[in-house]
Design a protein around this ligand. Structure first.
Ligand SMILES: Cc1cc2nc3c(=O)[nH]c(=O)nc-3n(C[C@H](O)[C@H](O)[C@H](O)COP(=O)(O)O)c2cc1C
Length: 355
């Protein structure tokens, strides 16, 4: 059997294969609401055979959105449409996951196709961003507000309330977004976190918010459902968060009941030099898996069936997350099965198109 198509059981949830649709912001919501775009975007990947489909970053609060058009899960009214989407995904035999996120200092921007710039906080569709410290992501952006203790408590409460809504919406997997320079990553990194209280300074202090958010989520998230954390395994920057920090964090998160680390990189330093090439982040998934024993996901320029299969077969990661290739080909998994000579179940409606 092609290892890419071997099932994987994590807690009580069985994934039919190792192919994951990586979270991808669609910037297509009004006040956080999912709509038919999200149903078709995510639903088409379920039809296409992926084992796990994770929504784009869903903001746990309105001020935690990257743009005013982000998907959100900060109102009970958001649940209804999300429930339709998870229902469709599960009916195809795939599993629905949601990425919970807070943008921190990277909040209040316009959509990438409109230039992606920050909107000054005194203009419409914008607000003042919050962060661990008063350091903007790039100098041309507004200085974010430093979160005080009450602000940190609100962040934790928002993640917990979002988790309750995710359960009501039928999601079976939660991924916490601790990567790409968003709020949880901003706390982890010595570059963006210059606090002098118990949330800054030492490694133990910088990972505190992440651990407290995990604990808040686990207060309500069913013990039998998987909890993933996406991290930026390195910042590719001298003096920044390192792969060894990631191993240390993974070890601790494993002890706190996190099931899988989704290993991305970068995003917290604007001019970091990232050596892009096929599978350029797989080494981090492999290192973290081998040195901490936790399950890992590999992501980043994974585009072909044989490449994806090899990552699983060689034990470099337990899951492969694909983003842009899934936009080019929502039926990647069906095609991969054919290429790898693996018999899999097709949607009956599509059987006449089988290779
Ligand atoms: C359109 C788009 C939106 C993205 N939005 C998110 C997101 O919401 N959360 C996240 O963690 N990563 C996001 N990413 C990053 C992807 O999940 C993935 O890590 C990255 O694109 C590398 O994988 P790829 O080479 O398969 O595209 C996004 C990527 C793209 C292309």
């Amino acid at each position: 059997m092609a290892q890419l198509f071997s099932p994987l059981k994590i807690k009580n949830i069985e994934l039919k294969n190792r192919i994951v649709v990586s979270p991808m912001c669609e910037y297509s919501s009004e006040d956080g609401f999912a709509n038919d775009w999200h149903l078709v975007h995510l639903g088409s990947k379920a039809v296409g055979g992926a084992g796990l489909i994770i929504t784009e970053a869903a903001a746990v609060s309105a001020e935690g959105r990257i743009t005013f058009a982000d998907l959100g899960i900060y109102r009970d009214e958001h649940i209804e449409k999300l429930k339709q989407i998870t229902g469709f995904i599960h009916a195809q035999g795939a599993v629905a996951g949601i990425q919970l996120a807070h943008a921190g200092r990277k909040a209040s921007h316009v959509q990438p196709w409109l230039g992606g710039k920050q909107i000054p906080s005194n203009q419409t569709n914008s607000w003042k961003a919050v962060a661990p410290s008063t350091i903007p992501f790039i100098d041309s952006e507004e200085t974010p507000l430093e979160l005080d203790k009450a602000g940190i408590e609100k962040i934790k409460a928002d993640f917990k309330a979002a988790t309750r809504r995710a359960i009501a919406a039928g999601f079976k997997v939660i991924e916490l977004h601790g990567a790409h320079g968003y709020l949880l990553h901003q706390f982890l990194s010595p570059i963006s976190n210059k606090r002098t209280d118990e949330y800054g300074g030492s490694f133990e202090n910088r990972i505190r918010l992440m651990l407290e958010v995990v604990a808040a989520v686990k207060e309500v998230w069913p013990g039998e459902n998987p909890l993933f954390v996406r991290i930026s395994a390195t910042e590719w920057t001298e003096g920044g968060w390192t792969a060894d920090d990631s191993v240390a964090l993974a070890n601790i998160l494993k002890g706190k009941g996190v099931d899988l680390i989704d290993c991305s990189s970068g995003g917290n330093v604007a001019n970091a030099k990232i050596p892009l090439k096929p599978g350029y982040q797989v080494e981090f998934a492999e290192k973290i898996k081998k040195e901490s024993g936790i399950l890992t996901g590999a992501v980043g320029l994974i585009t072909t069936p044989s490449q994806a299969n090899e990552i699983i077969q060689e034990g470099e990661a337990d899951l492969v997350f694909l983003a842009r290739e899934m936009l080019r080909d929502p039926h990647f998994a069906l095609r991969a099965a054919h290429t790898l000579d693996q018999e899999i179940k097709w949607p009956v409606q599509y059987e006449r198109a089988k290779w």
